[in-house]
Design a protein around this ligand. Structure first.
Ligand SMILES: *[C@@H]1O[C@H](CO)[C@@H](O)[C@H](O)[C@H]1NC(C)=O
Ligand SMILES: *[C@@H]1O[C@H](CO)[C@@H](O)[C@H](O)[C@H]1NC(C)=O
Ligand SMILES: *[C@@H]1O[C@H](CO)[C@@H](O)[C@H](O)[C@H]1NC(C)=O
Ligand SMILES: [Zn+2]
Length: 941
């Protein structure tokens, strides 16, 4: 339905409207999917003709200038949107107030996949307008030049599609309690998708105010946006919702939702810093009571942030909504944060302890952005890490403030820091501050380097300057740059201003401008002091020869060293990148030293073997002489160094002897993750059985202790239990498999009575794994299809991927392509689950190669999840045959879109896997068949 009455009225009320008449080059846009397909086909043709040598490194077209010209600065948008839920299309109108800062006769802004029906400029004459596909530009040419300092009003009438998308303005459906399909419409703009919903100057520094009107069906439907609704006009079947003019903000933060959702509400107390304000949580009506946890936690963490930042929350409300289809986990739109259902909805009868923590973490992340990111925004995507790294860092503080018993500070290590240390030890990594231009490059930057490395480096900086001074710097930064944009240097300026003794910028540049990180070697000198040297850490020894020496800092870092010694001394010093080596002087009686206290530094530490031996002896004789974080760190570094052939595998394996006494979640998480990955690596090798016995013996004690009964209120014990049971079942511990099977069979007999949410994934997966009956899989599949709770649905989906039958897995892969069975947002998770099953790995690889063009057609090459799939499904490949297959695939399909880096990573990882087996296999099995066999016999499960 097109609201023609309204349009006419608005258009006529503006006195002089010059419609574009001359050359109206409205490009009737081909469907985006068709275009992508065509591009790919062309590239294939070219490659087949070329028949050149294989290469997977595609050079970006440097000639295209993706940035907008600087002549115009928008200051205000008046936006009128009508998403038509029935037809799945939308129409809209906007007026943009623009300041002319340099004379020009062109207005260039972004527009993509929109039909532009009219363009006019008040009091000016439009000569023509055209769409440029590659840069996603709408170029409007005027008959006369706009003089510098003029202020103009640009008007555009536009429309577009909402179906089969997860970005821009799109529609999503769900089944209500009565089983009827309901449609809603919502938006997801970050980073470059606002231009798919309305023509705009879609760059983060071009902040403006927004005055939004949304048309929604009358009756049970309503609209929400960033700001409070001020008015509503009833027009019969439709109603216009008019929202308060926003504060000045970036286009990617604009959000609207048209839905029939219900909401719960609470009040956020400002406690003297600004005014109290309301917080609403929206969800589908039949699930509304599931928002209670999020609402309570959301208010609490917001209150904490107000006190931490010491800057009032700038809007008059902060809402959140659970969206049935959402491309990322959540999005921090100012005043209206949107989430996947699994990231917001909590229900004690469906959600596990891990789900609860992840909901809290996501909320804490998005709400941290309301200041850091929304109030102060990066100038350009190059500095994305500042937004995302800070929010990642802050989310742990936020959750810790509300739930101090969850061990969040240590959990940062295992969830954020340790995984990115693996990624960043490869040549395919990239610096934190990265030059990006095109939409593909921008979306690809939303990766573990920006988030986890960014967060880790900020955490290191906080530890260096002290948390009070750091907090002070954050406040100063927010106040100074509020409603404005910044670069990394602006933040560091504020940190440097609160300290006197450290050159913060000089130090931080070595971490933000070059990729990777160092390993510090520690040796004991004759005089009793310790000598520290540094070297870039690369996980594959062969990489040292290939590593380019293209960094200004020569791949050396200014490292904030902290240490503890056996006599209780704590110390710190800075090891500058341009210094060869630094000494640490200690009392002559000191035996051992441990660097990187609590693993707050972004580096690894290697010691002479005799020093490692002392640390291991200390761990075994008295584990509590090290903090939880230090134990997790020692385990992680020892294995990583051994994997990289910088340390004998004997060291980490001997260290594991202390695990008999370990009962804390975080160190066990490190050990359990390693036990599972070694299991996978050694699966097809001679030493497999020996390894299995050893690994099972290590967890025997803690397995008995955690048992299968979930605690009512012991967060960390519950997390430990799931980690241990998962590992025990993965290692095939007979009792674990039996317990899982029993519970699985009982559940299938009576599906309304389910295992405790904490145990469900284990029970579904390992129950399914042990079942050989096709009808069992079918039954689980039917339960999966019928399930309406998003969190439970994912658990059932995970269970389905546990089956050890390649035909069944293949069938599931095909079924998963149907949007009605697996939502688009969950598709990649499903594929990864199947690929993680050793039986499913080759099934997925085959399918992926054959279906590549269809996958592009469905998701587009700009989809970063599609781009990442390649490195995920090939992560365990460890043969040269597989390596060749992968390389051939890249030659056949050279266009990688947002997946360019993922391709490099895939190849590097496979090479590493091949070499890892060659180097370490013998070492491990020798040690196991010798030293470990005694231990194994004693504690056989
Ligand atoms: C934003 O910062 C720039 C550079 O510091 C300054 O020139 C400009 O006036 C600021 N804009 C606002 C809205 O504060
Ligand atoms: C290490 O962590 C423990 C436990 O959180 C804390 O008490 C201690 O102060 C930390 N040490 C340093 C040097 O940060
Ligand atoms: C650090 O120790 C490792 C293992 O002994 C060695 O390969 C590396 O060259 C050493 N690096 C430096 C900078 O001393
Ligand atoms: Zn974020």
């Amino acid at each position: 339905m097109f609201l023609s009455g309204y349009w006419l009225q608005v258009v006529l009320s503006w006195a002089v409207v010059a419609f574009a008449t001359a050359t109206v080059v409205v490009a009737v846009q081909k469907a985006k999917l068709e275009k992508d397909l065509q591009d790919v086909q062309n590239k294939i043709d070219i490659y087949e003709e070329w028949n050149g040598e294989s290469t997977h490194r595609m050079k970006r077209e440097d000639t295209v200038k993706y940035r907008l010209p600087t002549a115009l600065v928008p200051t205000h948008y008046n936006l009128y949107w009508h998403p038509d839920l029935e037809t799945g299309s939308f129409t809209g109108q906007l007026r943009i107030t623009i300041n002319v800062v340099e004379a020009t006769n062109q207005i260039v802004l972004h527009s993509y996949l929109l039909d532009i029906t009219n363009v006019y400029v008040l009091n000016r004459e439009v000569d023509k307008f055209e769409l440029e596909e590659e840069r996603q530009f709408l170029i409007i040419t005027l008959t006369e030049e706009l003089p510098k300092d003029a202020r103009i009003t640009l008007g555009i009438l536009f429309g577009g599609q909402m179906k089969d998308k997860l970005v821009g303005l799109y529609s999503s459906t769900y089944l209500n309690e009565a089983g009827d399909t309901r449609t809603i419409s919502t938006t997801k703009f970050e980073p470059t998708y606002a231009r798919q919903a309305f023509p705009c100057f879609d760059e983060p520094a071009l902040k403006a105010t927004f005055e939004i009107t949304v048309v929604h069906p009358s009756g049970s439907y309503h609209a929400v946006s960033n700001m409070q609704q001020t008015e509503s006009n009833y027009l019969g079947d439709f109603t216009e919702a008019i929202f308060e003019t926003s504060v000045s903000m970036s286009t990617y933060l604009v959000c609207i939702i048209v839905s029939d959702f219900s909401s719960y509400s609470t009040t956020v107390r400002a406690n003297g810093i600004g005014e109290d304000f309301s917080m609403q949580a929206y969800a589908t009506s039949h699930q509304i009571e599931k928002v209670e946890f999020a609402l309570e936690f959301g208010a609490a963490v917001t209150e904490y942030y107000i006190q931490y930042y010491k800057v009032p929350y700038p809007l008059t409300k902060l809402d959140m909504a659970a969206i049935p289809d959402f491309a990322s986990g959540a999005m921090e739109h100012w005043g209206l944060v949107t989430y996947r259902e699994t990231a917001l909805l909590y229900d004690t009868s469906y959600s596990s302890t891990a789900n609860k923590q992840s909901i809290a973490g996501t909320l804490a992340h998005e709400i941290a952005h309301q200041w850091f990111g929304n109030l102060v925004t990066m100038k350009w995507w190059n500095d994305l890490w500042l937004n995302e790294g800070f929010a990642r860092f802050m989310q742990y503080k936020g959750v810790d403030a509300v739930h101090p018993d969850w061990g969040m500070i240590e959990q940062f290590q295992i969830v954020a820091l340790q995984p990115v240390l693996v990624y960043d030890a490869k040549l395919s990594s990239h610096p934190i501050v990265q030059k990006v231009e095109s939409p593909d490059e921008i979306t690809a930057l939303f990766d573990t380097i920006s988030y986890e490395k960014g967060g880790s480096v900020i955490r290191m900086l906080e530890a260096l300057v002290g948390s009070d001074k750091f907090e002070e710097a954050v406040t100063n930064y927010l106040v100074k740059h509020q409603f404005n944009n910044t670069v990394t240097d602006d933040f560091l300026t504020e940190v440097e201003a609160v300290v006197t003794d450290v050159e913060i910028k000089k130090l931080m540049l070595t971490w933000t401008e070059q990729m990777g990180y160092p390993v510090l070697n520690v040796s004991k000198e004759a005089d009793g002091s310790f000598q520290v040297t540094q070297q870039r850490f690369l996980s594959n020894p062969a990489s040292y020869d290939e590593a380019p020496s293209d960094s200004e800092y020569g791949y050396r870092w200014s490292v904030p060293i902290t240490y503890i010694t056996d006599d209780g001394t704590e110390g710190s010093l800075i090891y500058d990148y341009d210094v060869e080596t630094v000494p640490i002087f200690v009392a002559s009686t000191v035996q051992w030293i441990k660097l990187n206290v609590n693993q707050t530094g972004y580096y690894r530490v290697n010691y002479e073997e005799s020093l490692w031996t002392l640390l291991i002896q200390q761990l075994i004789s008295n584990p509590d002489s090290f903090e939880i974080a230090d134990r997790a760190h020692l385990l992680n570094d020892a294995f990583a160094l051994a994997d990289a052939s910088q340390l004998s595998y004997r060291i980490p394996l001997e260290m594991t002897a202390y695990l008999g006494q370990e009962r804390d979640f975080v160190p066990w998480y490190v050990a359990a993750t390693k036990l599972r990955s070694l299991h996978r690596s050694l699966m097809f090798s001679e030493g497999y059985v020996t390894y299995l016995n050893y690994a099972r013996s290590l967890i025997a004690g803690v397995y008995e202790e955690v048992g299968w009964t979930v605690d009512a209120d012991n967060h960390l014990k519950n997390r430990l239990r799931v980690s241990i049971l998962t590992t025990a079942c993965a290692l095939g511990v007979p009792d674990c498999l039996e317990q899982a099977a029993q519970r699985f069979n009982a559940f299938l007999l009576n599906p309304t009575s389910r295992p405790s949410p904490d145990l469900r994934e284990i029970v579904y997966y390992y129950g399914m794994q042990q079942s050989t009956s096709q009808s069992t899989w079918e039954q689980l599949f039917q339960l999966f299809v019928a399930e309406t709770d998003a969190s439970e649905k994912l658990k059932l989906m995970y269970g389905l991927t546990g089956v050890l039958n390649s035909q069944t897995l293949f069938n599931f892969l095909v079924l998963a392509g149907d949007e009605n069975i697996v939502r688009s947002q969950d598709y990649f998770t499903c594929v990864q689950y199947i690929a993680a099953n050793p039986v499913g790995e080759s099934v997925v690889w085959e399918f992926f190669r054959e279906q590549w063009l269809q996958l592009i057609a469905r998701f587009g090459l700009n989809n970063r999840n599609l781009g990442r799939l390649i490195s995920q499904i090939t992560a365990n490949f460890a043969s040269s045959v597989k390596l060749e297959e992968v390389q051939q695939f890249f030659v056949k399909y050279p266009e990688s879109g947002a997946g360019a880096n993922s391709r490099l990573e895939a190849v590097e990882t496979i090479k590493y896997n091949i070499e890892w087996l060659a180097r370490n296999h013998a070492d491990i099995t020798d040690w196991l068949s010798g030293t470990a066999s005694a231990l194994t016999k004693k504690t056989q499960l």
